[in-house]
Ligand binder design. Structure first.
Ligand code: ADP
Ligand code: ZN
Ligand code: ZN
Length: 746
């Protein structure tokens, strides 16, 4: 018999599978990465199966595997299965997903690892050799004794902190007693930080109930029964993180591992520290994967997990692919966050992938949020997910009082120009500054001000067919609905109140900061947005300073809305709650509700009571009113009724197909071809829009057109689109993207 493997070739269009022979001296396992020859070129591939073949059954002789990328397997059987699931569901190739699962330095022909020169004794050398050394070479003798106590020591450490000289090393190398070699070294970005251990808190009854629920889910799965993911709906400050920490502790005590997903922007140093502190005793077993890591650092963390040196992984989206063996729990914090959706290929939704991975690995999945996504909420209502609820804040702290300020009245009061601070907010800030308390100000920057707003009555044009905001197309001077294509001329006067103050209300954080410095010259202000936080470590510094009360006001974008826990913050201001409502997206209301509830949750987390001031032109909008009353269930009920009525998710699934090209006509024609093809084969239960320009019609000099498919059945919808794409040939300059369950319809 012949030992052979089936491999999946990297980078081939579609998935190409071939068989190769395993050379005699080589051992190979499933999931290992290997180098093979394909059409006289070396290429990397993934082993998907190891098999014994009868040489007589082969029509041609198998080529051997050239080499292995590393001695060990990068992808467990579970991860390979997950990759296949993702490829099928998100209409992409398995090999693309496999590469997404691996850090860059391990994707090539040989795993790139950082090495440093190290020194060790040659085997067999001991005191019987160096005992003879005289006083003249005492330093060499001391070095030998030192090396005798260690298996190896880095050269830099020998000559640095241990004070040996490189000439002593050289002399011993010449004697043949000592050798130098390249040792693989890991980088730990947090290695110089001391963590004070934080002890588990005594859980309140609600927390204890949820912990027990997670435990029960684990037991059910261990009995081999199918389990259901748990959705934890816990108000802000109800102590969800403490529940995660204790659930992980149990998993770790049982010898298993855990993955915790946090949204990218919530993966603040503060979040990371909470985990490192709780597991301070085993802090090296906690891998933190945030976006500021270099490729090398990320790879080192991944290696730690693969080698089993780290068992707890905290990370954003892609951490769901961490090679944790023996998974005991997956937590997805702030499960409603849009950043779990990846917007490049493969366009997966990490929260949904967490659920699939949990099912494959037989481990409980805990999704937590103060404002669950309607997708997850619908899964609870349908009985697919189990619900866990925490209605109270820890220590009976009150949820903050939320005041909604009607900016239409403020504009009238304050006169011409865009009003940034209402008098109430200004007074509120002044009061906090005097009292030595702290303020967080949120500037909502979602969406590009391409809709028109009446500053007199708050009117914004929405599509009568979809209830989403219409987008202004300046070139054609038209308002267009990007869901259904309905369009009309932009009004010159407000259709509601006949006012001519129809404007774009776009302001930036920088400008607000300037104005704040004028209005509050004595205040210590820091601005947190992607521009100011570019420098590595900057965010940690700013947040530490804020916590230490060296700053009075933190002004920022969405970045500051999540997960931060500052007990001295008693006022949270939202400068422009509307902005997010007016994007051409059926999730606009949901996102605004979430943002307001989350940011309000930053107030009053300590002994002091909190207040929230929300400025808006549309004070009666349900997203604003329900968040004002901390009423998630009420919001969900009315929003779901609307989604059902207009046929939006979560009741149906969408697939967005976009075609782009520098040549407008070629893009449009290509999409029309595909559209015609899909339409001709359209089965019952699937609907299809006409081809339309994308809301972002032109970007990077490329024209963009789109179609949207809808169906209640996700899998058959994906299957239909996959079939429709087979054999489709577009001109080279036309790029097609397929987005299943899209988050961004532009
Ligand atoms: P959430 O994640 O739900 O917003 P956190 O887990 O951040 O809430 O908890 C809010 C605050 O309450 C934190 O400062 C946390 O240390 C504290 N806390 C959580 N659970 C308890 C508890 N059982 N007893 C006392 N304090 C707690
Ligand atoms: Zn008006
Ligand atoms: Zn419409």
């Amino acid at each position: 018999m012949l030992r052979a493997v089936k491999v999946l070739i990297d980078g081939a269009a579609g998935d190409l599978t071939f068989s190769y022979r395993i050379p005699d001296a080589m051992t190979v396992t499933t999931g290992q990465r290997v180098v093979v020859m394909l059409r006289n070129r070396k290429t990397v591939a993934t082993v998907t199966a190891v098999e014994e073949l009868d040489p007589r059954s082969l029509k041609y002789e198998l080529k051997p595997i050239e080499s292995v990328v590393a001695e060990d397997s990068f992808l467990s059987v579970g991860l390979l299965e997950l990759a296949r699931w993702i490829a099928r569901f998100y209409i992409t190739s398995v090999e693309t997903v496999v590469r997404t699962m691996l850090p860059k330095p391990s994707q090539g022909e040989a795993e790139k690892r950082k090495t440093a020169k190290a020194v060790r004794l040659v085997p067999g050398i001991g005191p019987e050799q160096w005992g003879e050394l005289g006083a003249r070479v005492a330093k060499q003798k001391a070095l030998c004794e030192f090396l005798g106590e260690h298996s190896s020591v880095l050269m830099s450490e020998l000559t640095g902190e241990h004070g040996f000289s490189s000439s002593s090393v050289k002399a011993l190398v010449e004697r043949g007693w000592v050798e130098t070699f390249d040792q693989i070294v890991g980088r730990d970005p947090l290695e110089n930080i001391e963590y004070v251990e934080s002890l588990p808190l005594a859980l309140n009854p609600e927390q204890a109930g949820v912990l027990a629920q997670v435990q029960r889910a684990g037991e059910t799965l261990r009995r081999g029964e199918p389990g259901r993911p748990i959705l934890l709906h816990g108000v802000t400050g109800s102590g969800k993180t403490e529940v995660y920490l204790q659930a992980i502790q149990q998993v770790v005590d049982a010898g298993k591992g855990a993955i915790v997903l946090v949204p990218e922007i919530a993966l603040t140093p503060q979040t990371a520290d909470r985990f490192k502190q709780r597991f301070a005793k085993i802090k090296d077993e906690v891998a933190i994967l945030h976006s500021n890591l270099s490729e090398g650092e990320r790879h080192d963390e991944w290696r730690k997990v693969l080698d089993g040196r780290a068992r707890i992984v905290i990370g954003a989206r892609s951490a769901i692919f961490s090679p944790v063996a023996n998974l005991g729990l997956i937590v997805v914090d702030e499960e409603h966050e849009g950043s779990y959706k990846q917007d490049t290929v493969p366009r997966y939704q990490a929260r949904d992938i967490a659920v699939v991975r949990g099912a494959i690995e037989g481990c409980p999945v805990l999704l937590g949020s103060a404002t669950p996504s309607l997708e997850s909420w619908q899964n609870v209502l349908a009985g697919k997910y189990e619900l866990a609820t925490m209605r109270l804040r820890v220590d009976d702290r009150k949820l903050p009082l939320i005041r909604v300020i009607d900016m239409k009245l403020e504009s009238r009061k304050q006169g011409a120009g865009l009003t940034i601070f209402s008098s109430r907010l200004r007074e509120g800030i002044e009061k906090r500054l005097v009292a030595g308390e702290q303020v967080i100000l949120l500037l909502n920057r979602r969406g590009f001000a391409r809709n028109i707003l009446c500053t007199d009555c708050g009117y914004v044009a929405t599509c009568q067919h979809c209830s989403t905001t219409m987008t202004l197309h300046k070139g054609e001077d038209k308002l267009v609905c990007h869901i259904c294509g309905f369009s009309h001329l932009p009004p010159r006067r407000c259709p509601e109140c006949r006012s001519q103050s129809i404007a774009n209300a776009g302001i930036g954080t920088e400008r607000v900061e300037e104005m704040m410095r004028q209005v509050f010259p004595a205040a210590r202000i820091a601005r947190v947005d992607t521009d100011t936080m570019r420098k590595k470590g900057q965010l940690r510094e700013t947040l530490t300073a804020f916590r230490a009360k060296k700053l009075d006001i933190l002004l920022g974008t969405q970045m500051i809305a999540k997960g931060l826990d500052f007990p001295n913050v008693t006022l949270v201001g939202v400068l422009n709650a509307d902005v997010g409502l007016h994007v051409p997206d059926f999730r606009a209301g949901e996102r605004t509700f979430q943002l307001l509830t989350q940011v309000a949750g930053r107030a009053g987390r300590g002994e002091l009571e909190g207040e929230v001031i929300v400025q808006t032109y549309t004070p009666h909008h349900p997203s604003i009113q329900f968040s004002r009353h901390h009423d998630f269930e009420g919001f969900a009920e009315q929003e779901m009724a609307m989604r059902r009525q207009f046929g939006h998710p979560p009741f149906i699934h969408l697939i967005l197909i976009t075609v782009r090209s520098k040549h407008q006509q070629r893009a449009e024609l290509s999409l029309r071809t595909l559209h015609g093809r899909l339409k001709a084969a359209l089965p019952q239960g699937i609907s299809l829009t006409e081809p339309l320009p994308s809301p972002l019609e032109k970007s990077h000099d490329q024209w963009r057109f789109q179609i949207i498919l809808k169906s209640a059945k996700a899998r058959s919808l994906a299957g239909f689109v996959r079939e429709g794409l087979i054999g489709l040939n577009f001109p080279d300059d036309v790029i097609l993207t397929v987005d299943v369950d899209p988050y961004n319809l532009s």
